[in-house]
Structures are given as C-alpha cells and as structure tokens.
Design a protein. Structure first.
Length: 408
C-alpha cells in the first residue's frame, strides 16, 4: 500500500492505536511503514520486518514489558498472517480482526451478535488454509474473541453450515423489521436516520432531542444496535421518528458493512439523513468521506442529508466555505446549542408532510382545541361568539380529526 502522504499514514496508525485501546490493549509502540509494493507472502518485505523486530526489542528494553501481539493497519491474507507470526514470534492480527473484536465486545442484541458473528465467519472462511495451525489458538485476547476454531476441514464444514444458519436467522429478523416498518407506514411519520463517524455524538444527539437514555460514551463504537425514538419538534406541527445507527470508521471492513445490512436498512428507508460530524476533529473531511463511502456501499448516497457539525463546545475547525451548496448546521448536542437551526433544517425537508388549514372549532370541543394547541403550529387564533377560528400548520395525518371543522 503506497500512502498518499506521511500525514495520512500517521493519522491512520493513530486511529489504529485508539482502536487497540478501545479493545482493552496497552499500546507500547507504533511503527509507520511506507510501501511501494505489497509482498504477497508477508505484506511487507524482509528488511522492514527486521526493522520492526529491532523496534520491538528496543521498546521492550525501554519499557521492561513484553509485547503480546502485533497489529497491522491493513487487511492481511491467511498466508500473510501465518508467515508474519512465524517471523515475529508473536500473534499477528489486522485492522479488520481488531474492529470485529470490538464489535463482538459491544454487541448486545441478538441481531447485533448475529451480524458480528456473520462478519467474523466470512472473514475467517477464505483464510482457513493460510492460517493453518493458528486455528487451534484459543484464549481471551484481542483477535481471539470469535466463533471458535478447531481443525481445518471440520472448521470449513462447520463454518459453511453456521453461515447459512446465521443468514437465515438474520433474514427472519429482517422480515420482522419489515413488518414493523409496514405498521409504521400506516401512520407515516417522517423517518430520520443519524449517520456519522464513530464517536461523532450521534447517541448524545438522540438523547438530547428525545430525552432517551441511549448509551452514549466518549469511545469508539459505543452503539451497535439501532434505536428509534419519536420526537416532536418544539413549536412545530412536525413529529418524526429518529433512528440512531452504528458508527462508521475509515476502512470499515466491507464484510462488516454487508453483515450489518439488516441494521443499516433503516438508513435506506429514511426520508432524511442527519450526517453527524465532530466539528472539533481536524480530520473531519476524511471522516465525512469515510461515511460517504459506506453510504455508497449500502446505496444510500443520494438520500437528502443535513451535515450536523457537533461538539462545537469542544472546538470548531470547520471550513464552512466548503459547504455553501449543502445544508448544514453547527450544534453542541451535549449543551443543547444550535438546536433551533437544526429543527428548522429538519422541518424544511418535510414540508410535504405539513398542511395549512383554516377551521372553526366550537368552544364545546375542548379536547380538540387542546389537541390543536399541542400538535399544530398556530398561525392565527380569533375568539368568536361560539367558536374559535384557527389558522394552523399541522401534520397531514391528522386531517381526518379536523375535517368537520374546516372553513371552505
């Protein structure tokens, strides 16, 4: 892999170190290798391997700690993994295995655990021959939290069988989700999906908007399972269903994206995407691009979207001149800043769901009057002798409730 720049390589390896820490590892050293060509047998050449071995020995002498594992930032084949382990005399895993391990740690629902297991099995299947005796390795360290390993031929048969079973279970979950979606469509609330780079603040935003208590931590991939909440925009006629989705990351394994299709399907059915971006992160442009790549993979790149630059309380490095032709807002989800602008952008995208009505309601219809004041935007209100005359904007799904009081 030829890196475009030293900066890009160092940024990527810093993120890898953060992933390793998320998985519970202590990072003892980082080594950047710039390659012109990939060695099919060991990914890097013998000279670079010697340099890294010297680097490891030096670090061990300096720290007095033994290295337990070597993690590569690029995806490795089974043959490369096996050869590198023999050369280093240490277990070797790649970025994909590390991310899969973190996902396995984080998955809580049956759907999430099945999706992670499917990604692990499909990662393992083409590497069986190359990994060889490595498959007998058991333990609780990083990269070993998987579906289980036994002998090669038995594994191949078992993995194929298990993949089929997991796909079948996920298909059943998908059909169940489709049923819920059809039921929701009978009362069509606008659908909004939160997408974005991991740790951009999607769950915090959902909590702040809905009053929910979705797990929101300053860590990578704190949310793997989708959560949907109904939200009424203040001072508006509009109610929406907002769904929090799994966070994306640079070089997110394709198999993982495909395995999480059932979860990410909510994004495909959304009417609007809120693309949440960490405004305090200097790599925000690369993170936006990484999210766009995944959206393209799941064929959601053409969905209407609003860029939501979050965490402005922690810093604001956004060059807004780059986004003059797209919808964007700046907010702090934690401190409730910029929400008025966010509400306005959301409502602007859903004008087709809102109708403007002129009606007269008798004073005796107290329940309806109370409903109008709670679920519509009142543009004008006049007290008449026996009625109240309203001019309102309201969600079209409530038209049947006011049909008898409309002024023609």
């Amino acid at each position: 892999m030829k890196y475009q720049s030293v900066y890009e390589a160092e940024t990527s390896i810093e993120e890898l170190a953060l992933l390793a820490k998320t998985a519970g590892a202590k990072v003892c050293g980082q080594f950047v290798v710039r390659l012109q060509n990939i060695n099919p047998k060991s990914f890097i050449g013998a000279g670079k391997i010697s340099e890294i071995k010297e680097f490891i020995e030096k670090k061990q002498e300096e720290t007095g700690e033994e290295f337990d594992i070597v993690i590569f930032d690029e995806e490795l084949s089974g043959v490369q993994l096996r050869n590198l382990e023999e050369m280093f005399g240490l277990p070797v895993i790649d970025r994909t295995q590390l991310i899969l391990h973190i996902f396995a740690m984080r998955a809580r629902t049956q759907e999430g655990m099945l999706e992670v297991e499917l990604a692990q099995l499909e990662y393992l299947m083409p590497r069986l021959i190359g990994l060889g005796k490595v498959l007998s390795r058991t333990g609780g360290g990083i990269g070993t939290r998987g579906p289980g390993e036994t002998k090669l031929e038995a594994d191949r048969r078992k993995i194929r069988t298990r993949i089929s079973k997991v796909k079948e279970d996920l298909e059943n979950i998908k059909q169940h989700r489709s049923l819920h979606r059809r039921l929701r469509s009978e009362f069509p609330f606008p659908q909004v999906s939160l997408v974005g780079y991991t740790n951009a603040g999607k769950s915090t935003l959902l909590n702040s908007l809905s009053g929910a208590e979705v797990l929101a931590k300053d860590q990578l991939f704190s949310t793997l399972d989708t959560t949907t909440k109904k939200i009424k925009l203040p001072g508006s006629a509009l109610e929406i269903l907002m769904t929090d989705t799994v966070g994306f990351i640079n070089k997110l394994p394709h198999k993982l994206v495909m395995s999480f299709r059932a979860t990410l399907e909510e994004v495909n059915h959304a009417d609007l995407l809120l693309h949440v971006v960490d405004a305090s992160n200097y790599d925000y442009k690369e993170q936006i691009e990484a999210v766009n790549i995944v959206l393209k993979e799941i064929e959601a790149q053409d969905k209407p979207a609003v860029l939501v630059f979050n965490k402005i309380d922690a810093g604001d490095v956004i060059d807004t001149s780059l986004y003059q032709n797209v919808s964007f807002v700046k907010i702090s989800a934690r401190h409730y800043r910029g929400f008025e602008e966010l509400y306005a952008e959301i409502e602007k995208h859903f004008v087709k769901f809102i109708g403007e009505y002129h009606l007269k309601v008798p004073f005796t219809e107290g329940k309806l009057i109370s409903f109008l004041r709670g679920y519509s935007r009142i543009l004008d209100e006049k007290q008449l002798e026996n009625d109240i005359e309203f001019k309102i904007k309201m969600y079209k799904r409530y038209e049947n409730m006011i049909a008898n009081y409309l002024v023609k």
